[in-house]
Design a protein around this ligand. Structure first.
Ligand code: ADP
Ligand code: MG
Length: 233
């Protein structure tokens, strides 16, 4: 039985108009994200992967086209909707970690829950549970500067999960990690997928990672196409 997609992007167009020249990044880009999958997105540098991911997560708006989450157009709702959508339904993991340097791993992981105004104790319990699941039980009170790159990215992953979002969007999450830390990160993503049915969309430069994912899309000339594993370079 085919289920309704969690997230659907329809005919997205997006250009950037700088003084030098207009750059058309997305031109009729359409795609779906299904519950329980780990979806990969590949494409040359500058092909628009980050732009697409930002629009899917409501961090940026398309010039035309739309994104619907569980059938609801995320860009046509009232004020505050996008903020709430991002906070409660989407988890973000970035290449450069984006943790707050003056706060501990635990405090960083708790942030989305506190922003959502949830009860502090239950947010702390969830953050500790996620950090523990990601192998960071002994790093709760370390600050980012006291953690390795791999540990830092696992804190970012824990933070993305604290509000139990339907989808985690990860933009080259292993781009700054060595191969061992990259493998560990991907093993943990697969474990979360298997044990909690966590849905992921992962932009990656790594052919090895892309080939290991359930389904892979390629962004080229502003469009999204399905790509067979044998064609991933
Ligand atoms: N804020 C911006 N203003 C102008 N051009 C941008 C902006 N963001 C991205 N671009 C351009 O859009 C294109 C796609 O960027 P991006 O989505 O970051 O690609 P990717 O993540 O695939 O490397 C690039 O050519 C980039 O230079
Ligand atoms: Mg990018």
């Amino acid at each position: 039985m085919k289920t309704e997609p969690l997230l659907t992007a329809t005919e997205l167009d997006k250009s950037y108009n700088s003084k030098a020249k207009a750059v058309e990044v997305l031109a009729d880009a359409s795609m779906e994200v299904h519950s329980g999958e780990i979806l990969g997105i590949v494409g040359a540098s500058g092909s628009g992967k980050s732009t697409l991911l930002h629009i899917l997560g409501g961090l940026d708006r398309p010039d035309s086209g739309n994104v619907s989450f569980k059938g609801q157009n995320i860009f046509s709702q009232g004020n505050g909707f996008l903020e709430q959508f991002r906070n409660q339904h989407i988890g973000f993991v970035f290449q450069t970690f984006n943790l707050l340097p003056d706060f501990t791993a635990l405090e960083n992981a708790m942030f989305p829950g506190l922003i959502a105004n949830r009860d502090k104790k239950s947010v702390q319990e969830k953050a500790e549970e996620m950090l523990g699941l990601l192998g960071l039980k002994d790093r709760l009170h370390h600050k980012p500067g006291e953690l390795s790159g791999g540990e830092t990215q696992r804190v970012a992953l824990a933070r993305s999960l604290v509000n139990q979002p339907e989808i985690v969007l990860a933009d080259e999450p292993t781009g700054n990690l060595d191969s061992r830390a990259s493998e560990q990160f991907m093993d943990l993503a697969r474990k979360l997928n298997e044990e909690m049915n966590q849905t992921f969309v992962i932009v990656t430069h790594s052919a090895k990672i892309a080939r290991s994912l359930d389904r892979v899309l390629q962004l080229a000339e502003g469009k999204v196409e399905t790509i067979g594993k044998d064609l991933i370079l």
